[in-house]
Design a protein around this ligand. Sequence first.
Ligand SMILES: Cc1cc2nc3c(=O)[nH]c(=O)nc-3n(C[C@H](O)[C@H](O)[C@H](O)COP(=O)(O)OP(=O)(O)OC[C@H]3O[C@@H](n4cnc5c(N)ncnc54)[C@H](O)[C@@H]3O)c2cc1C
Length: 432
Amino acid sequence: MKTIVWLKNDLRLIDNRALSMALRDTSPQSLVVVRTKNGTLGHVPPTLRRLDAEAAHIAAMQPLLAQAGIQFVDASATEEIAPLAVRLGASRVLANIEISDDIGFANDRRVARELRSAGIRFLETATDGIRRGQGARRPPAPFVTSAPDLAPLRFTAKPAPLASLDAYLKRLPFAHYRRDMWLPGPDARASSRLSIDLACGALGGDRAIHAAEAALRDCQPHHAPAYRQFLARFQWRQGFIQTLEDSVDAFPWAPVREERPEDGRYMAAWLAGETGYPLVDAAMRDLTETGWINFRLRQVVNSFALDLLDLDMHKVGIALGSLFDDFCPGIHWPQIGLQAGMAQDRGPRVVNPIKQGQELDPDGAYVRRWLPHVAALPEAFVIEPWRHPAYRGPTPIVDYRTAAREARLRAPAPKRSGSEVDDRLCTSNLLV
Ligand SMILES: Cc1cc2nc3c(=O)[nH]c(=O)nc-3n(C[C@H](O)[C@H](O)[C@H](O)COP(=O)(O)OP(=O)(O)OC[C@H]3O[C@@H](n4cnc5c(N)ncnc54)[C@H](O)[C@@H]3O)c2cc1C
């Protein structure tokens, strides 16, 4: 009888709990690794760069599996899992829990039903500290592979994502992580840029925590704060992903309000980087071009769309997520929900794009790089270019002060208890 290991957004052989479990009691000849493309991205289409990265991870895996005598099947859709399992005569399918939206969850549940009715066992294993189901209240222990688990696979080199993690942890004490991770430009060196490997599952979150904890244990005392700060990000990651796992059935997966006449124009200007607010426009053009912007810039553009343009959270979530190479439903959707006011123990945190521009890009180098229409202006005008008489670029699509006041008036009064979803989004680990 065959065992199938079903890969979704966990494109790795090392630190893959489902694969390690299968290898413990299954010979390589009885094992089939099946991958379904983007099974868990749901509403958000992957970027081309994301697809390329996934293809590269698969390409790196295939020779190792072939050499070990493990069959690999690249399936295009989750609908293929159950028929394939029947055709191969599989007795069980193992998969790591993957966090998705309502579509991804419905797919998972359908596959589970189809396998059950075909008499095939479906085992979902915990990954990256995420628990699933009513009975599973305790977080699972972190999982990193031990060498004997992977015996049939002969690695000749460390997989690229693990090498990137090691390299980053070595330079982290000198990267000025806490100082520069917010600043467009210096952020490229300061932060890890591991998010795309984490989002594809080419790097496990548990591995990142395990390696960072080891680095923290061995580091000089004055380097410890940088490692602690980095580790805290992984706690937030886990907290967010668990939040969505717990509230996926209650999360709003469709537009939450009526379309207004101005919405199409607002959305188009925001996406094209033509709102007239240079930091927002530069960040949107940067994101469209490169697939990544730092956390603070994500907050700036998200708040602009949700608070100042009052666009629908579902549409904004899809539009923004579609631009991220590192789109991860379990981080992205709770962030959108928080900014849209789903955490009702706090008022709206409307981000001021002018103040953020002055703080994050004091010399205007970033906005000049992305916006030709401000490039030639004197430094004092790059964040509010419409004040310069020679400026010919887009003027502010909304007045910040008026729009911010309206956003605060629209927001429901903060309260301590709310619906199920609100309470879950209120957990303190999400207030970053
Ligand atoms: C509106 C919005 C949407 C976002 N959508 C995504 C998304 O789809 N995918 C994604 O990976 N991140 C998302 N983030 C969180 C964060 O911006 C990115 O994780 C980070 O910028 C990735 O760069 P990095 O790997 O260099 O981060 P580092 O600072 O090096 O952090 C390492 C890892 O920790 C995790 N992490 C970092 N910051 C956070 C955070 N605030 N919350 C949860 N986990 C965090 C990520 O997995 C990240 O790769 C979003 C943030 C906002 C405000």
